[in-house]
Design a protein around this ligand. Structure first.
Ligand SMILES: Cc1cc2nc3c(=O)[nH]c(=O)nc-3n(C[C@H](O)[C@H](O)[C@H](O)COP(=O)(O)O)c2cc1C
Length: 233
């Protein structure tokens, strides 16, 4: 049986409030991301504005994607945490090139990041691990992420054992060696603003190719070594 959902569509905008180059609040991607992210955080309809879909790729070139939560960003990059034994981590070990996408539906906005990952320091991962609620720390210890498991009961058993061991005043749950963070150092960041009749706005920041010089018409000089250009929707 095939279900036809070809008629499912929404109108993005009634009025034509375009996202033009003059509306950029920053000529480098982090300042622009900060502005859009902060706006997304003010909208109660967006429950997890920091949720991003992270795509990695196996050594044979088969991509896989899943959501993770952004836990920090700045000029140095975008940070998230996970299990270093997980499928994504194994893929990033072999191929550090990743892509991540945010979608803030109520704002008709999306941000696309492309770059390569590096592991965060053990100190930073440990410090973030202990800032999480204790049940989440226990869950991270109980789960060998991405490995097949016979039943949920086994997971709950492990959780109980760890609770008995560590949920004692004065004791800290030790961060497992297989858990930690990554930073995506971006090569490109695109800002997508949905517009009326699918004539969307796309402004992409990227690092220039070797010898590539900005020109007046298409490729604009940004700040901090970035250039930006408008892409067709
Ligand atoms: C909204 C959302 C946020 C998530 N955040 C994280 C996260 O920050 N870190 C993480 O390891 N998994 C997170 N997950 C679970 C992942 O999507 C995924 O199931 C898990 O990381 C295993 O992926 P993998 O087998 O491809 O490595 C999140 C899932 C959702 C839906």
């Amino acid at each position: 049986m095939s279900i036809d959902i070809g008629g499912m569509r929404i109108k993005y905008k009634d009025k034509d409030d375009t996202f033009l180059e003059k509306h950029l609040v920053s000529k480098e991607p982090f300042g622009q991301f900060k502005a859009w992210f902060e706006e997304a955080c003010t909208r109660k309809e967006i429950l997890e504005p920091n949720a991003m879909c992270l795509a990695t790729s196996s050594k044979d070139g088969y991509p896989s994607a899943r959501f993770v939560l952004l836990k920090g960003f700045g000029k140095e990059g975008f940070k998230f945490f996970t299990n270093y034994g997980s499928r994504k981590a194994k893929e990033m070990e072999i191929n550090p090139n990743v892509a991540a996408t945010f979608y803030w539906e109520i704002l008709n906005r999306s941000v696309r990041i492309e770059g390569s990952v590096e592991k965060l320091s053990e100190e930073e991962s440990t410090s973030y691990f202990h800032s999480r609620p204790v049940p989440s720390q226990i869950a991270a210890c109980a789960s060998y992420q991405s490995t097949p498991i016979e039943s949920r009961d086994i997971l709950c058993e492990r959780e109980k054992e760890l609770e008995a061991k560590y949920m004692i005043p004065g004791l800290e749950v030790p961060k497992p060696a297989y858990w930690g963070g990554y930073i995506i150092r971006p090569r490109a960041v695109e800002f997508w603003q949905g517009q009326r009749d699918r004539l969307h706005d796309r402004i992409k920041f990227r690092k220039p190719k070797e010898g590539e010089e900005p020109d007046e018409k298409i490729l604009h000089r940004g700040e901090d070594g970035w250039v930006f250009e408008r892409l067709s929707p």
